[in-house]
Design a protein around this ligand. Structure first.
Ligand code: 13P
Length: 332
């Protein structure tokens, strides 16, 4: 087994998962503002400190996806976050895409930038201690009109090119084609789009000679749109998600990590438990785990409010949620 494959497998080994702490500066600013916290570079550093230097997170986390800003910042202990994580056995990873822009052929959809100069950036990150990387594409559903086949294909091509470059640099790639929840669509429509996106991705991956055993897929669950009136129950989510994955994801990949996609912490936990349980019953071939941002952070941010005196209670809320999500990913 190559080092890359061993690293990828370790990242998805149950019952640990991956914290997504790679919000861009505008997203982090919006997120903190929604809790009444005014942001600055220092406030964002304290926000990361809250989660990354919390005690006992190594019991639940195999890795953390960092944003470039955080990758180069230090915690209150004056050590680089990436180094203190590594010292606790938590692999530091980094988001390497450079965000999205409208797709010229279909301007209501998005393509992800960041391939230019990527190999040089990856080499520098590898020598600074990064273990893995992430690239996010977004897929928008609008009735039967979006996504278009060409947007799906263009995003798949970019994900495959990224994966190849990351592996060449000795960094595990996490491929995240996020099917957005925003919209009125049904869960059945989300499932069909998920299948289409993942089948296209893995057929393009095949053409690009990417080592499937050395990559991780980060995916959405099959969920009703956020403006659809139906409330999904976990068994329904599990049926449609596991079905879509079994139809479109090759057995050889190292594993699958789910994003939370704006579900509340409880829904993200219960749906994950139902998915892992059903995948186990159906003898699905890949390890499954979590790679949540919002569903792991929300309760802690509510407690924290940007105040030093609230840090212990906020960290307690974070650890409680981590324990629940980690149990859910054990499936039983
Ligand atoms: P959420 O879990 O908040 O959807 O974020 C995961 C992620 O990495 C989005 O890019």
């Amino acid at each position: 087994m190559t080092d890359l494959v061993a690293t990828a497998r370790a990242l998805v080994a149950s019952p640990k998962g991956i914290l997504a702490a790679d919000e861009s500066v505008p997203t982090a600013t919006k997120r903190l503002a929604s809790y009444g916290i005014a942001t600055s570079k220092e406030m964002r550093r304290q926000y990361r400190e809250l989660f990354l230097n919390a005690p006992r997170i190594d019991e639940y986390l195999s890795g953390v996806i960092l944003h470039e800003e955080t990758f180069n910042q230090k915690g209150n202990d004056k050590r680089l976050f990436r180094e203190s994580l590594a010292a606790r056995g938590i692999a530091p990873g980094i988001k390497v895409d450079q965000g999205t822009e409208p797709f010229p052929e279909s301007p209501e959809e998005f393509i992800t930038n960041g391939l230019m100069g990527l190999s040089e950036r990856l080499a520098a990150l590898k020598s600074s201690g990064a273990i893995f990387t992430k690239w996010r594409a977004v897929i928008r559903i609008d009735g039967d009109i979006l996504p278009t086949a060409s947007a799906i294909h263009e995003n798949a091509k970019r994900l495959a090119n990224y994966a190849k470059e990351a592996q060449a640099a000795g960094l595990v790639p996490i491929l995240e084609p996020e099917v957005l929840r925003e919209g009125k669509h049904s869960r059945q429509r989300a499932k069909a789009v998920l299948e289409d996106v993942l089948s296209t991705l893995f057929s393009v991956i095949e053409e690009h000679a990417v080592d499937r055993a050395g990559l991780i897929l980060k995916t959405s669950m099959a969920l009703s749109g956020s403006d659809n009136r139906h409330t999904d129950i976990p068994r329904e989510v599990a049926e449609d998600t596991v079905d879509a994955l079994i139809k479109s994801v090759p057995s050889q990949i190292a594993g699958i990590a789910f994003l939370s996609g704006g579900q509340g912490p409880d829904a993200a936990t219960d749906n994950l438990a139902a998915i892992t349980q059903l995948a186990h019953e159906r003898q699905a071939p890949w390890p499954l785990t979590f790679s949540y941002a919002r569903a792991l952070q929300d309760e802690a941010l509510l407690m924290w409010q940007g105040k030093e005196e609230n840090v212990p209670a906020a960290r307690e809320a974070f650890l409680t949620r981590l324990a629940k999500v980690s149990t859910a990913c054990g499936g039983r």
